[in-house]
Design a protein around this ligand. Structure first.
Ligand code: ZN
Length: 409
């Protein structure tokens, strides 16, 4: 069975940051990385940590551009103070703030949407006896959490696809769109999120007029991709290719509300690097077009000089996985420095996704992944794609719903 990467991992030379790097920005916090980071419950109901703070704890949450998050800290001694250090997914320090026991701090996320890593540590490093009674983060809005719209755009030509008449006519494109999106809707049913969609097609000439670099030979639409694991243990998505597609999304002033507040999903011919079949910002922005507003899924897998067409069901699974990223989910396990020779398997911090401790290529297929005994390989957010993947956990579903509640749509 052919196993497909949802993300490619670049050559090992590019993974330069060790997992114990202190990262950029002079921020000391990322040493503990993502491995032990709690995944914050953005409803603010569950405490991300209670008990003895010791030298500090790490937690993470998906931060959407321009959204505010409330962080509340309480301890048994009202004179306690903690410092909250915020770092981006590449380990760069973003902000640092001292908070008194009993206070709430509003963190507003400026700049690119990304998973933010936070350490809460004693302001006085010698005060390692702080007894935390409550540490919560609230990122909940009032927008619908049970529905999201997808602008499904077939881009360029898909000559040689085989089925759906190579998507040469409007009717063929519509049939493909429906086949893929019905399957996506089925995958999402377990999460309590209803997916609506509208189908579109851009000709190669239309795309070219906006950005010639997105069209290759034979009018094929292309997306550039790449991912490395950063010093903080996050998989860092290279988003330049996605952002170029994001410029072709629907504007926030579009008179059709759903289009203006939907996920722009572009069906491209293939990715310009081997092994990748989908890419998404993590998380994405629902409103309008531009950076972080688009995800790409390919109809063909590139392997060297070969292009292998993907079935509608395979495209649908990848689309589901990428929408999961768009709505704030990480891979259930991140292998660092890469899945070829991992020294560490980093958990996503979601309490009800099984933790994979495997770092050995048990089945000898050259990488640690499907078939090596990871209990999360049936989860839709496993990093590799296979036909057995059907599961979003309840925790993952709640994260996606929280993200939806924050953004007008
Ligand atoms: Zn992924």
């Amino acid at each position: 069975m052919k196993r497909i990467l949802l993300f490619a991992f670049l050559s090992m030379g590019l993974v330069a940051c060790g997992s114990d790097s202190s990262g950029g920005g002079g921020n000391p916090i990322v040493a503990s990385g993502l491995q032990n980071a709690q995944r914050a419950d953005l409803s603010g109901q569950a405490s991300v940590f209670t008990g003895n703070l010791g030298s500090g704890v790490t937690f993470t949450f998906p931060a959407v551009k321009d959204q505010g998050y409330l962080i509340s800290f309480q301890s048994s001694d009202s004179s306690d103070q903690v410092v909250l250090d915020f770092a981006g997914d590449d380990g760069t320090g973003l902000k640092s703030k001292t908070v008194d026991s009993g206070d709430t701090y509003q963190y507003t996320h400026i700049g690119k949407s990304q998973h933010v890593l936070v350490i809460a540590r004693p302001r006085n490093p010698f005060n390692t006896a702080i007894d935390v009674t409550s540490l919560t983060i609230t990122g909940r809005g009032s927008f619908p959490e049970d529905a999201v719209h997808v602008n499904f755009v077939v881009a360029g030509k898909h000559t040689g696809y085989g089925s759906f008449g190579d998507m040469a006519t409007t009717a063929d494109q519509a049939a493909f769109t429906t086949a893929v999106m019905q399957k996506v809707q089925q995958h999402f049913a377990q999460s309590g999120i209803a997916i609506s969609f509208e189908g579109f097609a851009y000709t190669a000439d239309q795309v070219k007029a906006q950005n010639p670099s997105l069209i290759g030979p034979d009018d094929m639409a292309l997306c550039a991709a790449g991912e490395t694991v950063g010093s903080s243990g996050f998989g860092l998505v290279q988003t330049q290719g996605l952002d170029a597609w994001g410029d072709l999304g629907f504007d926030k002033t579009d008179p059709d509300f759903d289009r203006s507040r939907g996920i722009n999903l572009f069906i491209v011919h293939h990715f310009s690097n081997d092994g990748t079949v989908g890419l998404s910002p993590r998380p994405g922005v629902l409103i309008g077009r531009g950076p972080d507003t688009a995800l790409c899924v390919a109809t063909f897998l590139q392997q060297g000089s070969t292009l292998i067409p993907r079935t509608a069901d395979e495209v649908a699974l990848v689309a589901t996985h990428e929408i999961g990223h768009f709505l704030g989910l990480l891979h259930t396990t991140t292998f660092t420095p890469d899945p070829l020779r991992p020294s560490e398997a980093i958990d996503d911090g979601v309490s009800d996704t099984p933790e994979c401790l495997v770092t050995t290529d048990v089945n000898g297929d050259g990488r640690v992944g499907i078939g090596d005994g990871c209990p999360d390989e049936t989860n839709i957010m496993f990093y590799q794609s296979g036909p057995m993947q059907t599961v979003f956990s309840q925790g993952q579903s709640q994260i996606m719903r929280n993200l939806l509640s924050l953004q007008e749509h």
